[in-house]
Design a protein around this ligand. Structure first.
Ligand SMILES: [Zn+2]
Length: 109
């Protein structure tokens, strides 16, 4: 069972109270982007076996979007943080590195 914590209203609840929003931290390139960059922005997604950063919405609560760092294998949640954050907070990266030595993802190595 996946238990998520809403960083806005402080509620911890089962995932059925939340709505998934796909991968977090997807970057959109500027108006001069190539077709390949725009294609990747629209369609290319990570599908890791392990640590993943996702968008979630507290659908049956405050309704706000937030990000969650979790393991797709064990459902362990390393932390949640506001959706306006452009990259995972250092405290969450440290928590992941402590439990998954050698872990790396994109530029958050
Ligand atoms: Zn909430």
């Amino acid at each position: 069972m996946l238990i998520l914590h809403c960083p806005y209203c402080g509620v911890s609840a089962e995932e059925t109270e939340f709505a998934p929003g796909g991968e977090a931290h997807i970057k959109r390139f500027g108006p001069g982007a190539s077709d390949e960059e725009f294609r990747d922005y629209l369609f290319a997604r990570e599908n890791p076996k392990g640590v993943h950063f996702e968008r979630w919405r507290h659908a049956y609560g405050c309704g706000k979007w937030f990000h969650a760092a979790r393991c797709t294998v064990t459902l362990e949640v390393f932390g949640t943080y506001p959706a306006q954050t452009t990259e995972p907070p250092q405290a969450i990266r440290d928590a992941i590195s402590a439990k998954r030595p050698g872990w790396s993802w994109r530029e958050f190595e």
